[in-house]
Design a binder for this molecule. Structure first.
Ligand SMILES: Cc1cc2nc3c(=O)[nH]c(=O)nc-3n(C[C@H](O)[C@H](O)[C@H](O)COP(=O)(O)OP(=O)(O)OC[C@H]3O[C@@H](n4cnc5c(N)ncnc54)[C@H](O)[C@@H]3O)c2cc1C
Length: 349
């Protein structure tokens, strides 16, 4: 599959990819050391990303977005990963989708255009010191007082936490009912907000360019109109629904990173000489790299299949319903190998 191209690619996306690639390499790659040092990009970097069309590519134009679909988001994620740049615009897109899908017209018009311009930086705050995978166990509460919610609790591992000024917070609005019915998503605008505090950026083993922080909410008051959804208690279902968007984006970034690692390794193995020949001329190195490339290609085909499903609105949140070998994958295999379900020869070159 030497000349494989994702089946969702088209001319419009190729042009978008080219423009993004130039921007990322000219502007963001040289700033990586600075971002690492500061543990975050600057507010100006966010605005520049917005002006270049890197933010909210799959949000309709009427709300300031790029008007594309998930393929545009995949191109952004791939180009950043291919360039080795960590920038929290994926989380920006995740937050925008909560607003797009569950927000009312007023909320969408108020927040989305500013997010697309990078004037508002988004974060999603689900995880707490004692609740990660088990989201129903969150303790952060939001009690209604008149026309406001009063939010109390703390969150951890929050991407973009340091710069974020628009945070989508998962909080318990009704502690008396079953957790999956008592959680709501509430948007918190943090500028000059009393009782809101950001901890320092957490040290991680990678992605040092991104601010991953603890957030503290000490009786923070926000308008009741910041609730996402028609009524309280829809938050858990909203999170389960949106996690497929988030998970697929992580998958897209992961496969692009694998492809980059493989390309770097093959280049090195072609150049580096030992015992009178290049590393690539050693048979064992060729075996190992062929295996890596095969696994990367399998991952790519699966992720591309998920992207096609996402674009068609058919990607189900349940794992058992994601069938890797459906008509699209089979047709693709037929094109690439000459016959469906045939032997696939992957060449390291
Ligand atoms: C770089 C980074 C960025 C992040 N950004 C955000 C963010 O922006 N917003 C946010 O809300 N959160 C964020 N998170 C938090 C992330 O969502 C959590 O780390 C994740 O949900 C797992 O929670 P946990 O770390 O508490 O692990 P735990 O849930 O405590 O899990 C610990 C271990 O137990 C295993 N485990 C858990 N449940 C089961 C089970 N049912 N069966 C078998 N094994 C199980 C897990 O696989 C894991 O190995 C981020 C994390 C990282 C590392």
């Amino acid at each position: 599959m030497a000349n494989y191209e994702s089946p969702w690619m088209n001319e419009d996306l190729r042009m978008y990819r080219k423009a993004l690639r130039e921007f990322i390499h000219e502007e963001f790659v040289p700033r990586q050391a600075k971002w690492r040092e500061h543990h975050r990009p600057s507010a100006e970097d966010w605005k520049q990303a917005g002006a270049t069309g890197l933010l909210l590519p799959d949000v309709p134009e009427e709300y300031g977005g790029g008007g594309g679909n998930f393929a545009h988001q995949a191109v952004v994620t791939e180009e950043l990963a291919q360039a080795g740049v960590n920038f929290g615009c994926g989380v920006q897109s995740i937050v925008s989708h909560y607003i797009l899908h569950y927000g009312n017209e007023e909320q969408k018009k108020k927040w989305l255009p500013a997010m697309a311009q990078g004037e508002l930086v988004g974060a999603i705050a689900m995880t707490e010191p004692s609740a990660g995978s088990d989201l129903q166990a969150i303790k952060t509460s939001a009690r209604r007082e008149g026309n406001e919610y009063v939010i109390s609790g703390s969150k951890t591992f929050i991407t973009n936490g340091g710069l974020a000024n628009l945070i989508c917070v998962a909080a318990k609005t009704d502690p008396k009912v079953a957790p999956f019915r008592g959680i709501s998503m509430i948007v918190v605008e943090t500028r000059n907000l009393k009782g809101y505090r950001v901890g320092k950026s957490l040290e991680k083993i990678g992605m040092h360019e991104i601010d991953t922080c603890e957030l503290f909410f000490d009786d923070v008051r926000v308008p009741a109109g910041n609730l996402l959804g028609k009524s309280e208690g829809a938050g858990f279902a909203q999170m389960m629904d949106q996690l497929r968007y988030e998970r697929l984006m992580i998958g897209v970034g992961a496969i692009a990173t694998i492809e980059r690692a493989l390309a770097i390794t093959i280049k090195y193995a072609k150049e580096r000489k030992a015992f009178g020949q290049t590393l690539l001329e050693f048979q064992n190195a060729r075996f190992k790299l062929a295996q890596c490339k095969t696994e990367a290609q399998i991952g790519r085909v699966f992720v591309d299949n998920c992207i096609l499903r996402m674009i068609d609105g058919k990607l189900d949140p349940h794992v058992e319903d994601i069938r890797p070998f459906d008509e699209a994958a089979e047709a693709l295999a037929a094109v690439e190998t000459g016959h469906a379900r045939g032997k696939v020869v992957i060449q390291v070159s």
